[in-house]
Design a protein around this ligand. Structure first.
Ligand SMILES: Cc1cc2nc3c(=O)[nH]c(=O)nc-3n(C[C@H](O)[C@H](O)[C@H](O)COP(=O)(O)OP(=O)(O)OC[C@H]3O[C@@H](n4cnc5c(N)ncnc54)[C@H](O)[C@@H]3O)c2cc1C
Length: 389
C-alpha cells in the first residue's frame, strides 16, 4: 500500500534522484531498462553544459586523494577502480577524446555538449522523468516510495545523485541532505566552495582593481593554493582563490603576491618600483597607495618602505565571507562518508539506499576533480547495485 494515498508507479528497480553528472554516468553503465532517472529540470545535465567555461573540465592528468577534501580513505577505492585513465578509455569508446589544457586539465575539444550528448544517448536506455521534483523518500516492507510533485514512484533501490546547494538556478536543492537525514544519516556542515571571497573594509581597494589578475600563492591553514588571483567587483576570485575557499572556514588567510620573486634582484635599481615588481602596474600602484609609499626608483626606498613592500609576500587578512551558493562551483560538506560504504556507495544505515557525487562530504579542487569524483563514485555504485537489476 502506498503511504501517500494514491497509486504508486512501478518503475525500474533502481530510482536515481537527479539527472546530473553522477546520475548520467550510472545510468550509462547500468544494463538497459534497469534504472529510472527523476530530474527536476526540463533537461538532463544542465551543469555539465556550463562547466569549465562551456568546455567541461572532465578530469586531470594529476589524480589522487590529495586533491580532495574529505576522508581520503573513502575516496581512494573509487578513484582506484575508475581512475582518470579508465574514464578517458570509456570516453574514447564513445568517440570522445578530451584535450589537455592548462598543462594537466582535460576538456572537451569544442564544447561540453560533446560529453552531454554521449550521456544523453547512453541514458536513453533507461526510463527518464524530467520536470519532476522529488519531495520525499520513504521505505516500507523493502520497497522505496519516491514522492514527487507529480506522483509516487516505487523501487527496490534508490540512488541519491542530487548534488549540492551550488547554483540553485540550475536546479540545486537540499533534497539529498533531507532524504539522508530522514534515514538517520549525519551531515557534515555544508558551505559554498570553489567560490570567490568578499572582503572587509581594509581590502575594499581590491574592488577598484576589478578585472585585473596576478599570480599568487595563498596559504589557508596547512594548505597552499597557487595560481591566478582575479580582483573582482565583489572582492577576489580566480583559480587560486577558488581553491583556497575549499579550505577556508573563517579567519585569516595569507597571500604571497610576489611568489618566486627575489628582492635582491632590484637592489640598487634605478627603475621605478611599479615597473620592477612582477605584478600588473595597477596592482603595484594600489598597494603603494595603501602603504603610503611614492612610486619612486627602487634605490631610493627607505628601509622601512622596503619592509612594508616585502609584506606583500605575507599579506594577511580575513575575508568577509564568500560570494555564496549562487556563484559557488560546488558545495563542501554533505552526507557523512563514515556512514556510507566506500566500495559500494551504499548507506550503512539503509539497505538499498546509495549516495553519489557532490551530495557526499567529498569535494575536489579546481581542475576536473569534481567530475572525476562524480564519475568514479557512479562506477563503484554501478558494480554493486546490479544485484537490484
Ligand atoms: C559553474 C560551474 C562550473 C563547474 N565546472 C566544473 C568543471 O569544469 N570540472 C569539474 O570537475 N567540476 C565542475 N563543476 C562542479 C561539477 O559540476 C559538480 O561537482 C558535479 O556536477 C556534481 O555532480 P552530481 O551528479 O553530484 O550533481 P549535479 O551534477 O549537480 O546533479 C544533480 C542534479 O539533481 C537535480 N536535482 C536537485 N534536486 C532535485 C529534486 N528535488 N528532484 C529532482 N532532481 C533534483 C539537479 O537539477 C541536478 O541536475 C562546476 C560547477 C559549476 C556550478
Amino acid at each position: 500500500m502506498c503511504s501517500f494515498g494514491y497509486n504508486p508507479v512501478m518503475d525500474n528497480q533502481i530510482i536515481i534522484i537527479g539527472g546530473g553528472a553522477s546520475a548520467l554516468m550510472l545510468a550509462s553503465l547500468l544494463p538497459k531498462n534497469t534504472a529510472t532517472i527523476i530530474e527536476s529540470n526540463p533537461k538532463l545535465g544542465e551543469k555539465i553544459l556550463i562547466s569549465g567555461g562551456g568546455k567541461c573540465n572532465i578530469t586531470n592528468t594529476k589524480m589522487g586523494t590529495e586533491f580532495f577534501l574529505g576522508d581520503k580513505d573513502f575516496v581512494a577505492p573509487s578513484l582506484k577502480k575508475f581512475s582518470e585513465k579508465a574514464l578517458l578509455r570509456w570516453l574514447e569508446r564513445q568517440n570522445l577524446e578530451p584535450v589537455i589544457k592548462k598543462e594537466t586539465q582535460y576538456f572537451c575539444r569544442d564544447s561540453a555538449k560533446e560529453l552531454l550528448d554521449i550521456f544523453t544517448k547512453e541514458s536513453k536506455k533507461q526510463k527518464i522523468y524530467l520536470n519532476e521534483n522529488v519531495l520525499e523518500v520513504t521505505k516500507r516492507d523493502e520497497v522505496f516510495y519516491v514522492k514527487t510533485n507529480k506522483k509516487t514512484h516505487t523501487s527496490k533501490a534508490v540512488v541519491i545523485a542530487s548534488g549540492g546547494l551550488s547554483f540553485p538556478k540550475l536546479g540545486a536543492s537540499s533534497i539529498g541532505y533531507d532524504i539522508a537525514e530522514s534515514f538517520s544519516h549525519s551531515l557534515v556542515k555544508t558551505a559554498p566552495a570553489l567560490v570567490g571571497f568578499t572582503v572587509q573594509k581594509e581590502q575594499f581597494f581590491f574592488k577598484e582593481l576589478s578585472g585585473v589578475a596576478t599570480d599568487v600563492k595563498i596559504t589557508v591553514g596547512e594548505s597552499v593554493c597557487e595560481g591566478a588571483l582575479l580582483f573582482a567587483h565583489k572582492g577576489m576570485s580566480g583559480p587560486a582563490v577558488l581553491d583556497a575557499s575549499l579550505y577556508w572556514e573563517k579567519g585569516k588567510i595569507e597571500i604571497d603576491f610576489l611568489p618566486d620573486f627575489s628582492w635582491n634582484s632590484i637592489k640598487g635599481s634605478k627603475k621605478q618600483i611599479s615597473s620592477l615588481l612582477p605584478m600588473p602596474k595597477r596592482v603595484t600602484k594600489a598597494f603603494l597607495t595603501q602603504f603610503s609609499i611614492e612610486d619612486k626608483i627602487a634605490s631610493k626606498l627607505t628601509t622601512e618602505e622596503l619592509r612594508s613592500l616585502q609584506g606583500l609576500n605575507h599579506y594577511i587578512f580575513a575575508p568577509a565571507g564568500t560570494f555564496g551558493y549562487s556563484k559557488a562551483e560546488v558545495t563542501k560538506g554533505g552526507v557523512d562518508t563514515s556512514e556510507v560504504d566506500s566500495v559500494t556507495m551504499m548507506s550503512h544505515k539503509e539497505q538499498g539506499l546509495y549516495f553519489l557525487g557532490e551530495v557526499l562530504d567529498v569535494t575536489g579542487r579546481l581542475g576536473g576533480y569534481n567530475f572525476q569524483w562524480a564519475f568514479s563514485s557512479a562506477f563503484s555504485c554501478s558494480k554493486s547495485i546490479k544485484e537490484y537489476t
